[in-house]
Write a protein that binds this ligand. Sequence first.
Ligand code: SAM
Length: 352
Amino acid sequence: MKYVSDRILVPQDIRERKGSFFTPQQWVELSQKYISDVLGEDWQDEYYIWDCAAGTGNLLAGLTNKYNIWASTLDKADVDVMKDRIKNGANLLENHVFQFDFLNDDFAKLPKGLQDIINNEKKRKKLVVYINPPYAEVSSKDIKKEQCPNPRGIWILYTNLIPVSIYYTIRHIIAFTWLNDRDQFLYPNDGWMNDADFQNDCLTFTIFNTNIQSKYGINHWIPFTEEDAKDNFESHFMVDYIKDKTIHEESAELFGELTKKHKALKFSDEAKAVFRTGKKLWQYYHSQPTANVNASLYDIREFFQGRDDNGKMNNSSGDTQYNELIGDLRSALKTLSLKIQPKVYEYGFLVK
Ligand SMILES: C[S@@+](CC[C@H](N)C(=O)[O-])C[C@H]1O[C@@H](n2cnc3c(N)ncnc32)[C@H](O)[C@@H]1O
């Protein structure tokens, strides 16, 4: 394995841009060594690599096969820096570098080559989502090398589901202002680690807010059992995770190492209200003759709300019962987020 990293990238002034948590060179080299230890010397030729939180691209320094590498990130300015770097010799392909919000954007926005990989089961298994995530400090602690992407492309594991949910939640419940915008999120203190209530509130918020769509793969986010559905779900991961159950091997593909026993989660009253209102919505959806048994919340919303001529999902539905049920769920989620908000400051994710 060759490391040519320092030569490829980064004029110093660009590297030291304020507030972007660049991946230090040592981490870059060590992480690539770990991957190569696990996947083999030739991993760069045998696997596809996607850094979906690429920032200005440091993590990809030293990789040799640019045809197998994709790099995307949230801010256009960072994409521009990466493109500049390509002009200065960085070993990346211009067409493989693009702006993409991995939490909110649709896979349809991805370059075709990457879509082909994701939509092809065999190739998808060869996709390494290689990132130093925003909040790297929170979630990398538990990250294992055999991690796999969830249907949206984020690497979520049995072991990092809680940190990922916290990250997802705090980014969604605080309105962005010029003061607290994105990169102002800070390395938190340890308080969140012992606050199971906070952790489970965030998990609940995430479960009922993801944009997971079952058409992109197995929906591992169904928080209910089949009692009201017409058939078996493809995955019982979330219910098993919540209850005190061994996680089955069938979920391993998406959630990594999963055979551990796990303590049953206890939920706050606010979180329970979300589950209760969410369940009514699920029940109503599954009473529809054409219900898809593995539907996600997004699929359910799409089913009732439909899309306009431009393909955008409508804001509401002609079905009054659905409107009432989703209204109840939203209001329970609002109460839950108001409960979580002060802790975002208490644990130092944001400073007031
Ligand atoms: C820890 S930094 C990674 C830095 C990168 N490896 C480097 O060294 O430049 C995380 C990056 O993820 C980006 N990011 C944050 N949220 C994102 C999102 N939802 N989608 C895509 N990128 C995101 C941030 O802008 C930041 O550049």
